[in-house]
Design a protein around this ligand. Structure first.
Ligand SMILES: [Zn+2]
Length: 90
Protein backbone atom coordinates (compact mmCIF):
# COMPACT_ATOMS: atom_id res chain seq x y z
CA UNK A 1 0.00 0.00 0.00
CA UNK A 2 1.55 3.24 -1.02
CA UNK A 3 0.99 5.87 1.54
CA UNK A 4 0.56 9.29 0.10
CA UNK A 5 2.21 11.89 2.19
CA UNK A 6 0.92 15.38 1.98
CA UNK A 7 3.13 18.19 3.02
CA UNK A 8 0.84 19.94 5.40
CA UNK A 9 2.07 22.72 7.58
CA UNK A 10 -0.71 22.63 10.12
CA UNK A 11 -2.66 19.67 11.37
CA UNK A 12 -6.23 20.02 10.26
CA UNK A 13 -8.34 19.82 13.36
CA UNK A 14 -11.25 21.97 12.36
CA UNK A 15 -13.83 19.56 11.14
CA UNK A 16 -17.10 20.70 12.61
CA UNK A 17 -16.84 24.44 12.45
CA UNK A 18 -19.77 25.45 10.33
CA UNK A 19 -19.35 29.16 10.00
CA UNK A 20 -16.99 31.68 11.43
CA UNK A 21 -19.38 34.46 12.12
CA UNK A 22 -18.02 37.59 13.67
CA UNK A 23 -21.35 39.35 14.07
CA UNK A 24 -24.14 38.31 16.38
CA UNK A 25 -27.56 39.37 17.55
CA UNK A 26 -27.51 41.67 20.54
CA UNK A 27 -29.22 40.32 23.67
CA UNK A 28 -29.84 43.83 24.98
CA UNK A 29 -31.25 45.81 22.08
CA UNK A 30 -32.18 42.76 19.99
CA UNK A 31 -30.68 44.14 16.83
CA UNK A 32 -29.71 41.43 14.41
CA UNK A 33 -26.03 41.15 13.61
CA UNK A 34 -25.32 44.20 15.67
CA UNK A 35 -22.59 42.78 17.87
CA UNK A 36 -19.19 42.49 16.28
CA UNK A 37 -16.33 40.54 17.79
CA UNK A 38 -12.69 41.46 17.46
CA UNK A 39 -10.06 38.85 18.21
CA UNK A 40 -6.93 40.47 19.59
CA UNK A 41 -4.61 37.57 19.04
CA UNK A 42 -1.50 39.68 19.16
CA UNK A 43 -2.08 41.02 22.65
CA UNK A 44 -0.88 39.17 25.73
CA UNK A 45 -2.97 37.54 26.97
CA UNK A 46 -5.07 37.20 23.87
CA UNK A 47 -8.40 38.88 24.17
CA UNK A 48 -11.73 38.75 22.50
CA UNK A 49 -13.56 42.05 22.47
CA UNK A 50 -17.12 42.51 21.41
CA UNK A 51 -19.34 45.52 21.21
CA UNK A 52 -22.79 46.33 19.95
CA UNK A 53 -22.88 49.11 17.42
CA UNK A 54 -26.49 49.89 18.26
CA UNK A 55 -26.67 50.10 22.06
CA UNK A 56 -22.97 50.19 22.89
CA UNK A 57 -22.92 47.07 25.03
CA UNK A 58 -19.38 45.83 25.49
CA UNK A 59 -17.64 42.78 26.77
CA UNK A 60 -14.19 41.29 26.67
CA UNK A 61 -12.65 38.07 27.81
CA UNK A 62 -9.48 36.09 27.53
CA UNK A 63 -9.21 33.78 24.57
CA UNK A 64 -6.80 31.14 23.44
CA UNK A 65 -5.29 30.29 20.11
CA UNK A 66 -8.22 28.19 18.98
CA UNK A 67 -10.95 30.52 20.16
CA UNK A 68 -13.42 31.80 17.66
CA UNK A 69 -15.62 34.88 17.81
CA UNK A 70 -18.56 32.67 18.66
CA UNK A 71 -16.72 31.55 21.81
CA UNK A 72 -16.38 35.13 22.95
CA UNK A 73 -20.05 35.66 22.29
CA UNK A 74 -21.11 32.62 24.28
CA UNK A 75 -18.85 33.71 27.14
CA UNK A 76 -20.75 36.95 27.09
CA UNK A 77 -24.06 35.11 27.17
CA UNK A 78 -22.87 33.18 30.21
CA UNK A 79 -21.79 36.36 31.95
CA UNK A 80 -25.15 37.99 31.31
CA UNK A 81 -26.97 34.94 32.57
CA UNK A 82 -24.94 34.98 35.74
CA UNK A 83 -25.80 38.60 36.38
CA UNK A 84 -29.48 37.92 35.77
CA UNK A 85 -29.43 34.95 38.09
CA UNK A 86 -27.87 36.96 40.88
CA UNK A 87 -30.45 39.68 40.41
CA UNK A 88 -33.36 37.31 40.52
CA UNK A 89 -32.09 35.54 43.62
CA UNK A 90 -33.33 37.55 46.52
ZN1 LIG B 1 -27.19 46.13 21.42
Amino acid sequence: MGKRKKSSKKPVTKAIVPRLDTTFDCPFCHQLKSVSVTMQRSSVPMRGVLSCVTCGARYQCEIHALSEPVDVFSEWMDAIEEVNTVREER
